[in-house]
Design a protein around this ligand. Sequence first.
Ligand code: UP5
Ligand code: MG
Length: 224
Amino acid sequence: DAEKKPTVIFVLGGPGSGKGTQCANIVENFGYTHLSAGDLLRAEIKSGSENGMTLNLHLNEIYDEQQVMVYTKFRQIRKLFFDAIGTMIQNMIKEGKIVPSEVTIKLLQKAMHESENDKFLIDGFPRNEENRAAFEAVTKIEPAFVLFFDCPEEEMERRILSRNEGREDDNIETIRKRFRVFQESSLPVVEYYDSKGKVRKVDAARPVEEVFEAVKAIITPKEE
Ligand code: UP5
Ligand code: MG
């Protein structure tokens, strides 16, 4: 593969630490493409059933009856399969669990291939050691660095509870589970990259503009 590897920054931090908010700011100022693993998963839940629905209406003109029947059955089974994946993702997010990396990495790779950009902010991934190792093994991409938003749980909880975007995981029971998973599984990933000198830590408990000032100092535009 002669293709040049893209530049990737992992944007990590607890639930509600401000990853999505700051990524939007970075995109506006520095020309990165923002890929939120959580947003991609939520989009997949929505599109899962639609994927299987688009039947080719002109099929009868091209194929004989039996071929149409086999193809239709195939589409029905395919739809059931995608529905099941969607339901699995939905249930895991509702429980604050980490979706298998096969799914997340596929979605991230697809989004990167479809983009014409070569600079990506990967937000909310990798969430555990397995995510991290699988991403590096599959894509051969190592992050330029990790942008880590450090924020106390009380503040993150306040932010999520006042967000009101109808996310199924923004209730106090699921928030507690998300905090636990972050502590137990995601922080070790930050520590791993820290041991390689790759973590740029930002105090994220301040107002959005102040956090972005700190972010700007880290993400300086590339000299062309
Ligand atoms: N806000 C932001 N910054 C603020 C500031 N400085 N001061 C005051 N308010 C601030 O911000 C949250 C809220 O706070 C917003 O209302 C914002 O206006 C305000 P946001 O920028 O949305 O924070 P973010 O860190 O993006 O919070 P989010 O809830 O998205 O983080 P999570 O990591 O919990 O969610 P994510 O979407 O990444 O993942 C959801 C679930 O998907 C996971 O729990 C998991 O089940 C699954 N998942 C996987 O399985 N694998 C993956 O790789 C990714 C996700
Ligand atoms: Mg987010």
